[in-house]
Design a protein around this ligand. Structure first.
Ligand code: FES
Ligand code: FES
Length: 153
């Protein structure tokens, strides 16, 4: 099938898509957007989180066909040109990135939290990021990054 989807504000098309393949696969392998990561492919780790019609989803669990005609925003789409989104910048500044596999999903989840709750408590941050697993950082730097981003916005 041919898939029509708007990604980061641009209409995109992908041909020969199998309806059951994941939106994550389409983004990474067909549309050249490798920011969203494939770590578990089972909806367990959050590394593939993107916005679908402005709602964060695990793109590994979304069938490509379900994205037809819809709006997707990936971690690449959070930056404005060369200017990183404050959440992206704060992850860099706080040293919250080690291997980086979890980072795109965490950035999208934190971005969503801060637009809903600009001054979150630590408990609210932990709850919002509970679906995003990190094997490297011990989470403290990630919490620092989200607090910094909240202060910056
Ligand atoms: S790769 Fe999608 S939740 Fe882990
Ligand atoms: S930085 Fe490696 S999994 Fe989080």
């Amino acid at each position: 099938m041919r898939l029509n989807v708007t990604v980061n504000g641009r209409p995109r098309q992908a041909d020969d898509v199998w309806p059951g393949e994941s939106l994550l696969y389409v983004l990474r392998e067909r549309l050249g957007l490798p920011g969203s990561k494939n770590a578990c492919e089972q909806g367990e780790c959050g590394s593939c989180t993107v916005y679908l019609d402005d709602v964060p989803v695990c793109s590994c669990l979304v069938a490509a066909g379900q994205a037809e005609g819809r709006q997707v925003r990936t971690v690449e789409g959070l930056a404005e040109g060369d200017r990183l989104d404050p959440v992206q910048q704060s992850f860099v500044d706080a040293g919250a990135v080690q291997c980086g596999f979890c980072t795109p999903g965490l950035v999208v989840a934190a971005h969503d939290l801060l637009r809903r709750t600009p001054r979150p408590s630590d408990e609210e941050i932990r709850e919002a990021l509970a679906g995003n697993l990190c094997r490297c950082t011990g989470y403290e730097k990630i919490l620092d990054a989200v607090r910094t981003a909240a202060d910056a916005s």
